[in-house]
Design a protein around this ligand. Structure first.
Ligand code: FAD
Length: 422
């Protein structure tokens, strides 16, 4: 478990010249610095200002506005514009968050300082990192940043250009072409995401290029909500989608963007009109000093402090070793716990006992939504799903259930982004 400093330890820290939290005064004086203004970081900043006015909150994020991954697949379907999934930081500013548009270059957990690329140095009493993922360039031979211009990943939205490029390529491809997807093994950001993407591309193709095919090459043997997705694909898109698991030569090991070819583990080459490569991943660069060999950050299950850096909480996709999926919902849930734990520890109190939630909705077609739910608790052996707490949507011909879940998905998106940025 983490080091939960007693009042004595905090006083010892102060005596040693560490940053001096002084909580309980009318004015906020304990400094919480948050790195990354996405699902985990914006949630943490918003929650900190709402629930802990004693915290002085600074958010460091290079992008001027945030384009969400969730609902990016609906942009590919042509259902939504990029504008509708782009969010401004003005709401957080209005809540009293200092938003600094820069990139964190280094976190020093001992001196409790974060150096920004632009030169500013921010001292902190507690830091929360939620920088998301980095793509493992080169893990698939031939797939680097230049290749991503021809075969976009659309997995780290940045300024939205990857999603825009993928959408344009779908619009420009001929009817009868093949859309190829390369899907990674676990763990990766958003386990159901690639399969929602397949669904949304199929929705677009069925309406506009019905002779086209989708070839989904997967480095795994199975996937989240598999039976539900495959039921929906058969019902809505007939034989348009072919999903190939690793054991049937689904693992893409090399790409040739000039020839628009995927090559698999056993040497099969596939020519594609549009190539969407979702490569293997790890925690973003700024979190790497705290990461394990797999590239993810081990954390305390109650406070989400990095195991090797007390005082630095790592939430969102960057952390490791929990059974919870890498989702926006989990990033939001763990961010709130990290803020509550940080505030308690700054007061010299024990952190609250956490309950973590996840619901991942996926759109399969028009008025056709499905979901997976889980509730998790921290125990002596780490985080575990509460037995009987979750599950997936029921199978069967259930049009009203599917229609409602599509509506719930929209409501979820509006409420979580409203909470983060409103
Ligand atoms: C196609 C797709 C669909 C998805 N759909 C869903 C869904 O329906 N529901 C769901 O719950 N989840 C969904 N997800 C997953 C969800 O997007 C992620 O789990 C979530 O964004 C993780 O939050 P995060 O805070 O860890 O990272 P992010 O939300 O990516 O935020 C990270 C932020 O950190 C910033 N950053 C990085 N490095 C630095 C640095 N050095 N200094 C400062 N800032 C930095 C980045 O610019 C970025 O803004 C989807 C993902 C994809 C790809």
């Amino acid at each position: 478990m983490s080091l939960h400093p007693s009042r004595r330890a905090i006083l010892a820290g102060l005596a040693a010249g560490l940053a001096a939290p002084s909580i309980g005064r009318a004015q906020a004086t304990a400094r919480l610095v948050i790195v990354g203004g996405g699902f985990g970081g914006a949630s943490a900043a918003s929650f900190a200002r709402r629930a802990h006015p004693e915290l002085d909150v600074t958010l460091v994020e290079p992008q001027r506005s945030f384009v969400t991954c969730p609902y990016g697949n609906l942009v590919l379907a042509g259902r939504r514009g990029l504008d509708s999934i782009t969010h401004s930081y003005d709401g957080l500013r209005a809540r009293g968050v200092r938003v600094v548009h820069d990139r964190a270059a280094e976190v020093d957990p001992t001196a409790r300082r974060i150096r920004l690329a632009g030169g500013e140095v921010l001292g902190f009493d507690r830091a929360i990192l939620s920088p998301g993922i980095a793509l493992r360039w080169g893990a698939i031979e031939g797939y680097d940043e230049a290749a991503a211009q021809r075969m976009p990943h659309g997995w780290v939205p940045g300024d939205g250009s990857q999603t825009r490029t993928l959408r344009r390529m779908l619009e420009e491809m001929p009817d009868g072409g093949v859309v190829g997807l390369a899907i990674p093994g676990n763990p990766f950001r958003c386990p159901p995401g690639p399969y929602e993407r397949i669904s949304m591309i199929a929705e677009y193709l069925r309406a506009h290029k019905p002779r086209s095919k989708i070839l989904a090459l997967d480095a795994k043997e199975g996937f989240s909500k598999q039976a539900l997705f495959q039921d929906g694909w058969r019902a809505l898109y007939g034989d348009m989608i072919e999903w190939v698991p690793a054991s049937r030569d689904g693992k893409v090991t090399r790409v040739d963007p000039a020839a628009m070819e995927f090559e698999t583990e056993f040497g099969t080459r596939h020519r594609v009109a549009v190539g969407n490569v979702i490569p293997p991943q790890r925690a973003a660069d700024i979190a790497q000093p705290f990461a394990n060999e797999g590239g993810w950050v081990p954390v305390d299950p109650v406070t989400f402090e990095a195991r090797n850096a007390p005082g630095v909480h790592v939430v969102g996709d960057a952390n490791a070793g929990t059974p919870m999926p890498k989702s926006g919902y989990v990033a939001n849930s763990t961010a709130k716990q990290a803020v509550a734990a940080a505030a308690a520890l700054l007061r010299g109190e024990a952190p609250p006992e956490p309950v973590y939630f996840n619901t991942c909705y996926s759109h399969v077609g028009p008025e056709y939504g499905i979901s997976v739910v889980g509730v998790f608790r921290a125990g002596p052996d780490g985080i575990a799903e509460v037995s009987g707490s979750g599950g997936v949507s029921p199978r069967g011909d259930l049009p009203e259930q599917r229609r409602l879940e599509a509506l719930y998905a929209d409501a979820w998106y509006d409420s979580i982004t409203g909470e983060m940025f409103g």
